[in-house]
Design a protein around this ligand. Structure first.
Ligand SMILES: Cc1cc2nc3c(=O)[nH]c(=O)nc-3n(C[C@H](O)[C@H](O)[C@H](O)COP(=O)(O)OP(=O)(O)OC[C@H]3O[C@@H](n4cnc5c(N)ncnc54)[C@H](O)[C@@H]3O)c2cc1C
Length: 625
């Protein structure tokens, strides 16, 4: 087998891990390998652009499903192995501003006080799964069924739930922790033999346990089985975390176990700058390979074997950027930049959607602590570090434990529900009629529209006092109506594309997020929370009372949920679709997209589980087509 020869050759010339090559430290070898100088070039049958959440999961499955074909993964970042920024659950979000952050921000948002909003994203093997908040959720059944209702046969709950379960191995909590915290889980609703370990942390801060009590006090149901299609209510969430309480990523879960697989090669520091495109029969185009930039600036083409394919898994921001730089996209945008139009596909970069969220901050009463204490109590910090290093226990094992998903009917009064109905008479310009109708139906049917989640630290507000512990409540609008776009505005891959989520374009989005945020204050008025929180709200503060004030607060402080989807949507071509139900880019013979950019509609859940489900389903589709 040709690849065995390559493998042997790579080992022979000194690459330690034959299936993981770093183009930073092994540049010359990488260049030879990708270029035609190397005897066995042109061997790749599947080139996957991006070794993130979806990319590595798909790579593992394809290398197993096609043992005689060679799978090449090109990832711009490095490995996350042995890096506490990645591996320690409590440090989630600390990657922001580091070398593993792509450092994206949006353009100023005209409907949101002209803010430019941070949209950090993982530049590392594992992508989002290596930097995210570890929340392991599942959407409502209707959310995945809507993918099919929008016109893509087979993309429904039944199939995606099956795919999602393939990715997961549930670790039932050990009895002492289950008893101490009241963890509940329904094993039948989970996967039991997939690569990604999911677990409950062995430590939960008191304030998070009280959040369950506060939710019940307000009349929210306790959901004992939120992973089987009904995610309404307050519930304990699993984390993408191993039983050893380190973070699970697609690198550790999917790739590491097959590190020595002979038909899978993963390259790090391999920055793809564009796809090479030529014409194909029947008026289609095809990719002959991709251009890869090495850390020293040189560019080499990785060729795809004839009858092979290129799969875009570069994430919802880079996938549309790379397509456009390669001449696939809206011809007006391409022509304005003098990029030869290979394929006029106006849906590329459109239908951008992300969750919008706001943050309220409260101070804990003296004697109660949050993670803020780690920055002002050196002894505590050292104790917790030692506890984690020695036993993998304590504060550092914790990223998240409790979520609360609420329908509009819970968050809004009867009078407000009538106002909602009136507001929903008008379709915002940016959303399609189909998507608008489905979201309205979900609102009527009581599918969750708001998510409440505690961050165990100060996360928003003007003044942070010394030696004080805070907690923040994040309020997320799960089904916003405003749609934005991501488009290139230069011909350079080094210039970030113009990211315009167009947040709060829709009056409903501002109104509902303001109402849902105002509702957030009620948790802190419960007896359960009064026990531990100072009565004075730190942010926005009790001066914010009227609808106008709440709406201004939303406009001034709205964030994105880091759940970007939709920019290469799985939709019919005449509805601004980019990929068909087989994930083929319309008009191409051998280019597919498999990452969260295909989700045509946001789900009422954090999005890594959908990314893994897309990878598993993509593998099944590729195997059968
Ligand atoms: C800060 C943050 C917090 C989040 N919290 C949660 C959470 O708690 N729970 C949850 O379920 N979801 C969460 N998410 C969302 C979730 O992680 C993502 O939706 C998901 O990981 C996206 O998967 P993907 O495969 O589409 O893209 P990614 O995982 O981002 O993969 C894309 C990969 O492509 C690489 N790449 C990009 N361009 C190039 C190029 N030109 N050449 C080579 N490689 C390239 C990137 O480096 C990256 O590795 C969070 C995301 C972030 C950023």
């Amino acid at each position: 087998m040709q690849f065995t020869l390559i493998f042997t050759t790579l080992v022979h010339i000194g690459v330690g891990l034959a299936t993981l090559v770093d183009f930073d430290s092994s540049a010359e070898l990488g260049k030879q390998f990708l270029s035609q100088e190397f005897e066995y070039a042109h061997t790749h049958s599947k080139i996957i652009v991006g070794g993130g959440t979806t990319g590595l999961a798909l790579a593992r499955r394809l290398s197993a499903d096609f043992p005689n074909k060679q799978v090449l993964v090109l990832e711009a970042g490095r490995s996350g192995a042995d890096d506490p920024l990645v591996t320690v659950p409590q440090r989630s979000f600390s990657f922001i501003g580091t070398d593993i952050d792509w450092l994206y921000t949006t353009v100023p948002q005209v409907h949101a006080s002209n803010q430019s909003i941070n949209l950090s994203s993982g530049k590392v093997l594992g992508g989002g799964s290596a930097v995210n908040g570890l929340v392991w959720g599942r959407p409502a059944k209707e959310d995945w069924d809507d993918f099919e209702r929008l016109g893509s046969s087979g993309w429904n709950w039944e199939n995606l739930y099956g795919s999602a379960r393939k990715s997961e191995t549930l670790n039932v909590p050990a009895a002492p922790f289950a008893q101490e915290y009241g963890y509940s889980v329904e094993p039948a609703s989970h996967g039991h033999s997939g690569p990604v370990d999911t677990s409950f942390p062995p430590f939960v801060p008191l304030q998070h346990l009280k959040f369950i009590d506060a939710s019940l006090e307000l009349g929210h149901p306790l959901n004992l089985d939120p992973y089987a299609g009904n995610n309404t209510g307050a519930w304990f969430t699993l984390s993408s975390q191993t039983p050893r309480n380190t973070r699970e990523t697609s690198e550790f879960a999917y790739f590491d176990p097959v590190l020595h697989s002979e038909n899978l090669l993963v390259c790090m520091h391999a920055f793809v700058t564009k796809l090479d495109i030529s014409s194909a029969p029947n008026g289609q185009i095809k990719s002959t390979g991709v251009e890869v930039r090495f850390p020293d600036g040189s560019i080499v083409s990785a060729k795809v074997k004839s009858h092979g394919e290129v799969i875009m898994s570069a994430g919802a921001i880079r996938t549309p950027q790379l397509l456009e730089l390669s001449g696939i996209g809206n011809k007006d945008i391409l022509q304005a930049l003098n990029i030869p139009v290979k394929l006029d596909l106006p849906g590329v970069g459109e239908n951008f959607e992300d969750h919008t969220l706001t943050i309220m901050t409260y101070k804990l009463k003296p004697g109660f602590l949050s993670f803020d204490a780690l920055s002002y109590n050196a002894t505590l910090k050292q104790e917790q570090q030692e506890l984690y290093d020695r036993k993998r226990l304590g504060w550092l094992t914790f990223a998240q434990a409790v979520l609360n998903f609420a329908p509009a009917q819970t968050v809004l009064s009867q009078e407000e529900l009538e106002m909602a109905e009136a507001l929903l008479q008008t379709k915002p310009d940016s959303i399609s009629q189909d998507a608008f109708d489905l979201i309205k139906q979900k609102i009527t049917d009581g599918i969750p529209q708001a998510e409440y989640l505690l961050f165990n630290a100060f996360s928003g507000g003007p003044v942070k006092e010394n030696m004080t512990s805070y907690v923040s409540l994040a309020i997320t609008h799960l089904h916003p109506l405003s749609r934005g776009s991501i488009h290139i505005n230069t011909t350079s891959i080094d210039d970030h594309p113009k990211i315009d989520p167009n947040v709060l374009e829709s009056e409903w989005d501002t109104w509902f997020l303001a109402k849902a945020t105002a509702y957030g204050r009620r948790f802190f008025e419960t007896e359960s929370f009064k026990e531990i929180f100072d009565s004075e709200e730190v942010f926005p503060g009790l001066d914010t009372q009227t609808d106008e004030q709440w709406q201004q607060f939303i406009k001034d402080t709205v964030n994105l949920g880091y759940h970007t989807v939709g920019t290469a949507s799985l939709l019919p071509r005449d509805k601004n679709g980019v990929v068909d139900p087989n994930l083929k880019v319309y008009g191409t013979a051998n280019i597919r997209v498999a990452d969260n950019s295909i989700s045509p509609l946001l789900v009422s859940a954090h999005t890594q589980t959908t990314a893994y489900a897309i990878a598993e389903r993509a593998a099944d589709i590729i195997k059968s087509t």
